[in-house]
Write a protein that binds this ligand. Structure first.
Ligand code: FES
Length: 68
């Protein structure tokens, strides 16, 4: 499904392959996680200086930024 508000992130099987990954839609970076059977999506830009959260790591329930 594609619209102004909804975007297709791809097949769920592909999203399940990595605990954390970056997906870019237009100019928007997203950090997409798969943990314990649950998909979650947050901004891919870290609050500090916009580091790529989707390229970071998952530590427990937390996304850890790649940069700092
Ligand atoms: S840019 Fe993410 S902690 Fe600094």
């Amino acid at each position: 499904m594609e619209s102004q508000d909804w975007h297709d992130l791809g097949e769920i099987e592909a999203l399940r392959q990595k605990p954390l990954q970056e997906i870019v839609i237009g100019k928007t970076r997203l950090a997409v996680s798969w943990l314990e059977g649950k998909l979650a999506v947050i901004s891919g830009a870290c609050n500090h200086v916009s580091g790529p959260l989707g390229q970071g790591t998952l530590e427990g329930d937390y996304v850890v930024c790649l940069w700092h």
